[in-house]
Design a protein around this ligand. Sequence first.
Ligand SMILES: Nc1nc2c(ncn2[C@@H]2O[C@H](COP(=O)(O)OP(=O)(O)OP(=O)(O)O)[C@@H](O)[C@H]2O)c(=O)[nH]1
Ligand SMILES: [Mg+2]
Length: 389
Amino acid sequence: MSEAHSDQMLILLGFVGFLLFVIIGVIALSQSKKRKTPILTAETPEHKTQIPKPETTVQSDDSKAVAVEKSEPEVNLQSALKKTEENFFGRIRKAFSNSDKKAVLEEIEEILYTSDLGPTTVQKLLDVVSDQLSGSEMAKIDNVKSALREQMLEILKPVHIDIENEKLVSQMLKKSSEGPKVLMVVGVNGAGKTTSIGKITAQLVGQGFKVLVAAGDTFRAAAGGQLKTWTDRATSEASNEGAVEIYWPDNTTDPSAVAFDAVTKAKAQNFDFVILDTAGRLHTQGHLMEELKKVKRVMAKVIPDAPHETWIVLDANSGQNALMQAKEFNQAVGVSGVVLTKMDGTAKGGVALGVVDQLHIPIRLVGIGEKINHLKPFNYTEYVDSILG
Ligand SMILES: Nc1nc2c(ncn2[C@@H]2O[C@H](COP(=O)(O)OP(=O)(O)OP(=O)(O)O)[C@@H](O)[C@H]2O)c(=O)[nH]1
Ligand SMILES: [Mg+2]
């Protein structure tokens, strides 16, 4: 190789070396820049600036009860019964502005008769009020109030005393001889059956139970979908996977078949509870009441003492009609408990007293709103104190 050639080779090698040096330098620089870009982890401030999930808390009487969003105003029986209190004891208070005892009694009589208690219950309350007003001492509103309180407690206590400690839905249902506990839910159209089933399911799965919800309303096309929406909501309250399942067969119009198959499935698959939704029906529709009897009967073929409970859902706004509904459903299928819904915003909350007095069926739960946690156990002393202000 000539000297001129070896010089050219040296220059070429030097140039290639320089190029390599520049390329490696650029790569190294870009890598170090990348490392300075933070990775989004739970620890980084960027992550913390993401919108936080609403803080949650649990109801005081049940550590596993449905979570309640902290930002929501607290709804309780007392706040729900505000209108009932105004319509009932608020008016009695006003009646006392009249100094004539006879006029006061007449006004109280009218208030009681228009407060959806039903005539038998009204008479009991009127008797104690007129006793107070006819007494020798000057009648005072506080005396009338305590007489009413005592009489109301006397009506509610015998039916509710045994269930005073039942603060959870799971405690309210009778034991099953074998397999799951079965709850059948009945009532007129729009009373709040499906909604209440969703709320009940949420409470049960929140306590760690496995629940099968059966879409026994085969009459209304949208009913299964509505139940599914509620079971999905309940699923988000569950602590275990697969805690809620919906039994919603495609092609059946027979509610008895749904009931039978659901209880069979739940027994075989070790569910803790079965809750059966039923189609709304008027208590006056004889053939539909017969259908309900059959639905109830077939479940006993799978578990002899099923359904362990049959609860009627009553809309508090329906006032004295709710009493009729409870009577008729009780006669047809034997009702073991009442869920009184829409107590929020009604002035007719007195209906609870009439139902218990005349039918001796306990009010199990009260609906006080449309949210999943707006269903509370009925506390009879709290109820009386709320409607007496
Ligand atoms: N404010 C209030 N609304 C309620 C309560 N319970 C139920 N509702 C509402 O009442 C309406 C009817 O409720 P559903 O659960 O569909 O009643 P349903 O008895 O299943 O009705 P059918 O299936 O048609 O017989 C819905 O808009 C519910 O949100 C309650 O406690 N308070
Ligand atoms: Mg329904």
